[in-house]
Write a protein that binds this ligand. Sequence first.
Ligand code: NAD
Length: 430
Amino acid sequence: MNVCVIGAGYVGLVTGTIFADLGNEVVCVDNAKKKVDMLNAGEMPIYEPGLREMVHRNMEDGRLSFTTSIAKGVKTSKVIFIAVGTPPKANGESDLAAVEAVAKEIAENLDDYKIIVNKSTVPVGTGNFVRNIIEKHKQSNAEFDVVSNPEFLKEGTAIADSLYPDRIVIGVPNQHVAMALLELYAPLERPMLITDVESAELIKYASNAFLATKISFINFIANICEKAGADVSLVAKGMGYDSRIGKDFLQAGLGYGGSCFPKDTLSLLCTAKKFGEDASLLEAVIQINDNRIPHFVRRIEQKLKSLRGKVIGILGLAFKPNTDDLRDAKSIEIINALKEKGAIVKTYDPVAMDNAKHILKDITFCKNAYEAALRADALVVVTEWNEFKLLNLEKIRKGMRQAYLFDGRNVYTKERVERAGFEYISIGKR
Ligand code: NAD
């Protein structure tokens, strides 16, 4: 099948590459010329394990190409995916400007029947919004259908998530268009759910908000554990054995960040309000999450007395391991809070430092974790990269000014850290 994917970011680039790998002819379009030039030169604009090899293989086989021209992508394809960003506006609503711009340009180039698929995470009703834009701007009498096919991949495991998704949700306006999408996804042999467009749009937000709720719930329990002398890891384990609950997304920590959960919970909140629904459940989820960093910084401050002039080593900047994505990363929030209180920040991340240098000023970027800890008063784990789990903690402690280790992701055990001579402060444990 001839497929066009508009927006070659974390979602679009992976999706396009997977479709090419399944034997389709894929054109990825992006209006960021630099990104397209990099991709055409075989360079990856993002860090995603396994992506480079798959892109190269499919480019060499002639099934995957990159362009800045939507016109070219639309004219050569039967199915057109929209995978552009939908960032939050200041009021929390999803900003659909990029979706709108792309829909308009698709309309202007519509020359034949096309299936236009919203893969971006968009509020319920956006299918109709896109349909209306295309109707308004199309310059031929070509027919088209608008489908919702939300994406559930996770950065860091995006290739595996796209090859073996738990489910593929396809929201369609009619059965005929469903067949084309079923055909496209059939080689994956994964569960497929055909719904109406609105249900598909809501499945995405309901799923992300539910996962965010699990995270905020366990963080709420973690706060109680800290006061009551219980251990949140054991509480979560005991809960997770219950098959009705499940163990995933019950890791207490600094809260959820990244490019999806914060904006998607806010967007669903706006949707609920728009429909006049009481959204206090979601408000609490968001508030608990917003309180994570202030709460953790207070604990750091209590131990160090004052943060003024104290040197803090931050381990990890990416919003989670195996990605270079810093959108809504907790690292930014904690570093800014520490700096505001007069701390001097040194940091190390295995892959996100280049991106971080554009965002974080007046901090020292180090070449490894040991350097970040050198002459620091405290070391703070913010992202649970594997390489932090097996650090030589004795060596780290010897280089530090004071021996405090604040573990924002509970990657270590108290015994191990204390054996290395640290005072250990983790989440949800006294
Ligand atoms: P991204 O910012 O990495 O990629 C979006 C791309 O679209 C960028 O490369 C940008 O240059 C391009 N773009 C913007 N406007 C354009 C235009 N007018 N024409 C052509 N290209 C344009 O974003 P992302 O993380 O890939 O997310 C895309 C969508 O997928 C969002 O709605 C997001 O919520 C959703 N999503 C993201 C993830 C994730 O883990 N990142 C997972 C599931 C769903």
